[in-house]
Design a protein around this ligand. Structure first.
Ligand SMILES: *Cc1c(COP(=O)(O)O)cnc(C)c1O
Length: 360
């Protein structure tokens, strides 16, 4: 069997142990003689699995009873609509930190439902990409919420400081950094994430919603996006994405076995440091994000001569280093190194990059 190191930004690689468990259990789950995909979401077995997955997720991030944990449809983008449809007030507005393409995309969707105001954007200073300093922004105390994206998957930008928005709920799109490090959940009103980077299969989204923020949905909010309806039906208002939920549960167990999110953080730090050091030490590769804003999950880099891009990608693939092409909007290369990427994968990439540079 052939396995590659898959650097895809999403859907991303999953831990092989998780895939093996899913494979073993595929036809006969828990001795039921059928797949977890083929049973009712109302069955005792499924509900027990679903509750355990939620509990494991709560344990991993230390989520207390002040918060709902919702398993939803529609991925990350579904939440771009769900957030304003649940949190907006009539004639209200939201404030936005636009650090890259996903937070910009969120504004575009959210402004369909209420007024949005952009507080600050990423900018280029002498060729270096900088994110806004969230500590010096001036937040309104009357906004419905403040939205930002702590890890910009496309741009390779990470903001580690957490905006202090006072009593205004802080909403974070953590699609590409959830479970990669500990998070002080109590500082947030809503945290959401599409699953296909650090959690499991695409289509699923998880939302962590402070309980007082549910139950305020606008009248026109589609029922399947309504946080309160989801919460009061234990995320089974309609049929949930059952297989994705199951697989997410396996990933949570895997993260626990690894030692939890603090261990993931140390591991991710090591991987990113190895790759950035290799980039910084080379003449051929460069990363143009300010050091303090470099993403630990999505490492972007450019070859100084873009004419070499095609050969780089082709030779990388031949060595089993897949999906390194940067997002079409930014070009260059991007190595996504989420929780499931082992250090050996990053080491193999670094070795290849050095070899390629020697020959270039
Ligand atoms: C991938 C991603 C999304 C979109 O997720 P979908 O499930 O494709 O809708 C949104 N935000 C961020 C930060 C992402 O990385």
């Amino acid at each position: 069997m052939k396995r590659v190191f898959n650097f895809c930004a999403g859907p991303a690689m999953l831990p092989p142990e998780v895939m093996e468990t899913a494979q073993r259990e595929l036809l006969d789950w828990q001795g039921l003689g059928c797949s977890v995909m083929e049973i009712s979401h109302r069955s005792t077995e499924f509900i027990a699995m679903a509750e355990q997955a939620e509990q494991d997720f709560r344990d991993l991030l230390g989520i207390n009873d002040d918060y709902h944990v919702l398993f939803l449809h529609g991925g990350g983008r579904g939440q771009f609509a769900a957030v304003p449809l649940n949190l907006a007030t009539q004639n209200g507005f939201s404030e936005h930190i636009v650090s890259g393409s996903w937070s910009r995309g969120a504004v575009k969707e959210m402004q369909k439902y209420h007024k949005t105001s952009v507080l600050a954007e990423s900018f280029i200073d002498q060729g270096v990409v900088n994110a806004p300093n969230v500590n010096t922004l001036c937040y309104s105390d009357t906004a419905d919420f403040v939205h930002y994206c702590p890890n910009e998957t496309v741009d390779g930008i990470e903001i580690s400081a957490i905006p202090d928005t006072g009593d205004v709920p802080l909403v974070a799109d953590m699609s590409s950094c959830i479970l990669s490090k500990p998070v002080p959940v109590e500082k947030f009103g809503v945290i959401y994430a599409g699953a296909q980077k650090n959690i499991g299969p695409s289509g699923l989204a998880i939302a962590i919603v402070r309980k007082d923020l549910a139950g305020r949905a606008l009248p026109q909010t589609p029922s399947i996006l309504d946080y309160q309806l989801a919460a009061s039906h234990d995320s089974m208002y309609n049929t949930p994405p059952t297989f994705a939920w199951y697989l997410a549960g396996l990933v949570f167990k895997w993260v626990k076995q690894q030692g939890g999110v603090a261990t993931m953080q140390a591991h991710n730090h090591k991987k990113a440091a190895l790759l950035y050091q290799a980039i910084d030490a080379s003449e051929l590769y460069q990363n143009n994000v300010a050091v303090e804003y470099r993403s630990r999950m999505n490492v972007t880099f450019q070859l100084r001569d873009p004419a070499l891009d095609a050969a780089f990608l082709k030779q990388a693939e031949a060595q089993g280093l897949m999906a390194l092409k940067g997002h079409r909007m930014v070009g260059g290369m991007r190595a996504s190194i989420y929780n499931a990427m082992p250090l050996e994968g990053v080491q193999a990439l670094v070795n290849f990059m050095q070899e390629f540079e020697r020959k270039a």
